[in-house]
Design a protein around this ligand. Structure first.
Ligand code: SF4
Ligand code: SF4
Length: 401
């Protein structure tokens, strides 16, 4: 008779270690109130608030599913995946949980076990396949990553052949989405104005693998991560800057060991620029526009970049904060494969974030992530809102004129 060994059956959950059973089912993640902060922070589980709100949609239920799997009382199934994937992995629940657990690391491990058992979400298969075969998850020709470079009037160094002080890692969303390519154009123009020596990989840039990691396709993730490791190693780069929150979290945290081995520092563009502007006493023109700021989950809760975007934003514009900010900020709804797997739910969440932004009376909704930009802009259009979606690089570029 074979003895049931959860470590053998759920290899990805097993990597989490004893924390996998740490949840005491207190339910604090239901309302997400952190009384240890002063004043108390009120967070939001967007999965609970925008679905039926039953247990498996918020953290406690997910943790009980994991416990039941571990005890051999439950089997992985496609029905389970339907619920587990209705979560943008925003990590708001980790802020509320007194146990200092990395909740999202557990959901991602569960998703990886679901995928390996053949129970992943069908909607994610072509996306992760394209990432491996075409080097981007958008199922487009990677040569299109050169398009934005033709819209600027100076030559950018090719990281495949030329050395530069920093590598600008553009990311697939900004490089391949015509509506959002301004993020790449503005970033390059800012670097040019500040005389920063930089390069890009252009059509040879390989997706960081964020969506594969978030949706549980570890095989696809490891394939692109290995390709990137070889590219970075060959280029000899020591500083990577990215304007995408998803790439930032992935390169900084999921690639941490690889980056340490190569001695590479990873910075978000805004983190780099905020420091650069202060250290070099660069004067930025105040544009006099009224803005509010959306914290992307992958720069905020996942890494802790809260103050730097606000510092530089306040130099170029007026800032009125939304009801939920920083650790308690409401997610835009795009992440964790939600926009691909459950587009209606992702849009519904984004609409409620846009509503919060409208309540501030600001004319511009500012963020620092092309993926948040895309979902929030879709929600602005769906609501016929007059608020304008803006990437912070756009304001900084104008402020340097
Ligand atoms: S995940 Fe944390 S906050 Fe939520 S029920 Fe479990 S122990 Fe409580
Ligand atoms: S990651 Fe966000 S949406 Fe998912 S369960 Fe936690 S708080 Fe809810």
């Amino acid at each position: 008779m074979t003895v049931f060994d959860p470590k053998e059956k759920f290899k990805n959950l097993a990597k989490i270690g004893p924390n996998v059973l740490q949840c005491i089912a207190c339910g604090d993640c239901r309302e997400l109130t952190d009384y240890t902060s002063d004043p108390p922070r009120w967070g939001v589980c967007v999965a609970k608030d925008h679905t039926s709100g039953f247990e498996p949609f918020f953290a406690r239920g997910k943790m009980q599913i994991i416990r039941s799997l571990w005890q051999g009382k439950l089997e992985l199934s496609k029905e389970m995946a339907e619920v587990i994937y209705q979560c943008p992995t925003c990590n708001s629940c980790a802020e509320a949980c007194a146990y200092d657990m990395d909740n999202v690391a557990m959901y991602e491990a569960l998703r990886a076990d679901l995928v390996e058992a053949g129970c992943g979400l069908e909607a994610h298969v072509p996306m992760n396949q394209a990432m491996v075969e075409l080097l981007n998850p958008y199922q487009r020709d990677n040569k299109l990553k050169n398009n934005w470079l033709e819209k600027i009037d100076f030559k950018v160094k090719d990281a495949n052949k030329e050395q530069a002080e920093v590598l600008y890692y553009v990311g697939c969303t900004a490089a391949l989405t015509p509506d959002i390519e301004n993020v790449a154009i503005n970033t390059a123009q800012i670097f040019k104005k500040l005389n920063i020596d930089f390069s890009v990989f252009g059509e040879h840039e390989v997706c960081c693998g964020s969506v594969a990691m978030r949706t549980g396709d570890r095989k696809a993730f490891n394939t692109v991560a290995t390709k990137n490791f070889e590219l970075f190693k060959k280029s000899g780069v020591k500083t990577i800057i990215t304007s995408c929150a998803g790439c930032y979290r992935t390169l900084k945290k999921d690639y941490a060991d690889r980056m340490e081995e190569l001695g590479i520092e990873v910075l978000h563009t805004i983190e780099f620029l905020n420091k650069y502007v202060k250290e070099n006493n660069i004067q930025l023109r105040h544009l006099g526009v009224n803005t509010t700021y959306h914290d992307p989950c992958h720069t905020g809760r996942h890494v802790g970049l809260y103050e730097e975007p606000r510092e530089i934003l306040k130099k170029v514009a007026n800032l009125t904060e939304m009801k939920t900010i920083k650790q308690a900020a409401k997610c835009c709804g795009a992440g964790g494969g939600l926009k691909k797997g459950f587009p209606e739910l992702a849009l519904d969440i984004a609409k409620s974030r846009v509503e919060e932004a409208e309540e501030t009376g600001a004319d511009n909704l500012v963020s620092i992530c092309p993926f948040c930009y895309r979902n929030l802009d879709d929600a602005i259009k769906a609501r016929n809102s007059t608020i304008k979606m803006v990437d912070l690089t756009d304001l900084i570029n104008q402020a340097l004129d």
